[in-house]
Design a protein around this ligand. Structure first.
Ligand SMILES: [Zn+2]
Length: 281
């Protein structure tokens, strides 16, 4: 017989489901968040997170809390920490932006994922700019605001409840992760987010304040980080620095305590440098 400690260690990374507003929840594991919109005709989930086990635990928690079946999974970024869990949603309509589907397929082919798992993770419905789900009398907008964290991100906006779920378009208390991102477009996307009639901005990474309306400040702080990175790289370019010189000289002391700063500083310089120089495809 297993001891309680051993049994607990064998459980998948336990997440926490928190209600943000009536009909709106966030399922969090560590610093990763998945959005949950519950209606009287079923549930829409944004991002399946890092593994099939995590996604199954999320599904159980969501079903217990809402008493409703999950009808739709929307996936924003193809990165493994958000898409490996897709395979737990074989019975659910999966939706993603068309570039998300192409990039997820390419990633799985590179990683030599089996054909069965590829099929289980890929979306069955793709879109280019936007679509609206009408479920339980609620209009749930799935929007692609252009390139940002990747070239295939989706956000979910529920106008009636003034809530927007941003997936990896918003990092809170973390440095930006931009391996596949486009900083200049990301800024435009964040401006489009601010222009939505919303009060609550749910991040894909990081904590949500006890008053969810304070997430507007989180959005502004993150936007300012992107502006600071862009402006510093722009100054390097203007004085004729090469990419390597920019990498060697640029530091942002105001962000150096943030998780991800050491690992991502150089990537942020390179991606912004290439986009500003016009050499990023
Ligand atoms: Zn990502």
């Amino acid at each position: 017989m297993l001891t309680a400690a051993v049994a607990a260690a064998r459980q998948p990374a336990a997440g926490v489901l928190r209600q943000i507003a009536p009909g709106h929840y966030v399922y969090s594991t560590g610093t990763f968040n998945s959005g949950v919109i519950a209606t009287s005709e079923g549930v829409v989930v944004l991002d399946a997170l890092a593994s099939e086990a995590v996604a199954r635990a999320a599904r159980d928690a969501i079903t217990r809390a809402t008493g409703q079946p999950i009808r739709v999974l929307v996936s924003s970024t193809h990165h493994n920490q958000y898409s490996r869990g897709n395979s737990a949603y074989a019975d659910v309509l999966k939706i993603g932006q068309e570039n998300y589907r192409a990039d997820l397929l390419a990633l799985m082919q590179r990683e030599k994922i089996s054909g069965d798992e590829q099929q289980a993770r890929l979306p069955g419905l793709t879109f280019r700019d936007r679509l609206t789900l009408h479920l339980g009398g609620k209009a749930i907008q799935v929007l692609h605001l252009g390139r940002a964290h990747t070239r295939g991100d989706s956000i979910i906006f529920v106008p009636e409840d003034r809530i927007v779920y941003l997936s990896e378009l918003l990092f809170v208390n973390q440095f930006l992760f931009i391996n596949d991102g486009y900083g200049l477009d990301w800024l435009k996307a964040l401006d489009a987010v601010e222009a939505l009639d919303a009060d609550i901005f749910i991040p894909g990474h990081g904590p949500i304040p006890s008053d969810p309306r304070q997430t507007r400040q989180d959005l502004r702080r993150f936007r300012q980080m992107l502006v600071d990175v862009r402006d510093a790289v722009q100054r390097e370019l203007a004085r004729g620095a090469t990419e390597e010189q920019a990498v060697a000289s640029l530091r942002w002391p105001q962000y150096e305590k943030l998780q991800g700063y050491d690992a991502q500083r150089e990537t942020a310089v390179r991606r912004l440098y290439r986009q500003l120089a016009g050499t990023l495809p």
